[in-house]
Ligand binder design. Structure first.
Ligand code: PXL
Length: 286
């Protein structure tokens, strides 16, 4: 090949926006390693710093990083930095979502994708920080998103349906989920009639489908983050939507099995490290 004929490729980039929880393997610590397996260049914008996640470690040291977000975004703007995808996860307040909403058009390349995981609650319980303003902020962003990843509780909150503690809200119908305005909805934590666990995936146009895998006992922080990151990594590698959901369900299934072989407590999250080589191989076959 002559020098002239050699065309360098452009590496795709993705900006992940969420908190850093120092212990407990959720948000940044779980998401970034998975996104990197997509082969994209991964950037990170923290919304908040927590010494641990908020589910089971007592009084958490926390730092709201809204002012830092604004400074970082202003810096990226000066640099003209734009990304092929922005993935927004945990925001500690509606102000964070407003900052991001205003910055989106500057952060995304033309045809750039917005992935949104509206972290607000689980198992019929709203997280303490989640007020109406945060729900409304995620609702507005849903309309701009290519893919959203609510669990059943978060879908109920987005749809304005009632929730009650320790009860999984009913699975909304596909029509209601499409009404959220995202290009694709992946409803997580759905149970099958046979007692399996998985997702209901609803594209705006096209057939809804489900992916289920065996249910494992226990509930682990970071499960939703790992799932969303895995779907996003697969889509960024060019996977079809169905394939992306299957790869992500397999990744969680293997992570849950690996976790069961260790003696660690659920609050420390999933042993997803053991499932990374398999995920790397699956993504390599796309
Ligand atoms: O994985 C969701 C999440 C992210 N960040 C923090 C959390 C949680 C869930 O509890 O507490 C700080």
């Amino acid at each position: 090949m002559t020098q002239e004929a050699f065309q360098k490729q452009r590496q795709k980039s993705i900006l992940a926006v969420m908190d850093i929880s120092g212990v407990g393997r959720c948000s940044a610590l779980a998401v970034v390693p998975v996104l990197s397996l997509s082969g994209c260049s991964c950037a990170f914008l923290p919304t908040a710093y927590f010494s641990t996640h908020t589910g089971g470690f007592g009084a958490v040291h926390r730092l709201d990083m809204k002012a830092d977000m604004e400074q970082a975004i202003a810096h990226y703007k000066r640099l003209g930095l734009r990304f092929d995808a922005v993935y927004i996860g945990y925001a500690a307040s509606e102000d964070h979502l407003r900052v991001l909403e205003e910055a989106l058009s500057d952060l995304l390349l033309p045809d750039g994708k917005l992935y949104l995981d509206p972290v607000m609650g689980d198992h019929g319980r709203r997280y303490a920080f989640c007020g109406e303003g945060l729900i409304e902020g995620y609702r507005r962003l849903c309309k701009k998103a290519d893919v959203i990843f609510p669990n059943q509780t978060e879908a109920a909150l987005l749809l304005g349906n009632p929730i009650s503690e320790s009860t999984e809200p009913a699975v909304p119908d596909a029509h209601s989920l499409r009404g959220l305005g995202a290009g694709k909805v992946v409803l997580t934590g759905v149970s099958s009639p046979e007692g399996e666990i998985g997702v209901l995936a609803v594209p705006l146009t096209g057939e809804a489908f489900s992916v289920f895998r065996p249910k494992h006992p226990g509930s682990f922080p970071g499960t939703g983050d790992l799932f969303a990151a895995c779907v996003i990594a697969s889509l960024m590698k060019g996977a079809r939507f169905t394939t992306a959901c299957e790869i992500a369900c397999d990744f969680l299934d293997i992570s849950l099995r690996a976790t069961a072989a260790f003696d660690s407590e659920p609050r420390f999250g999933l042993a997803f490290e053991k499932a990374l080589p398999g995920l790397c191989a699956a993504l390599g076959q796309l």
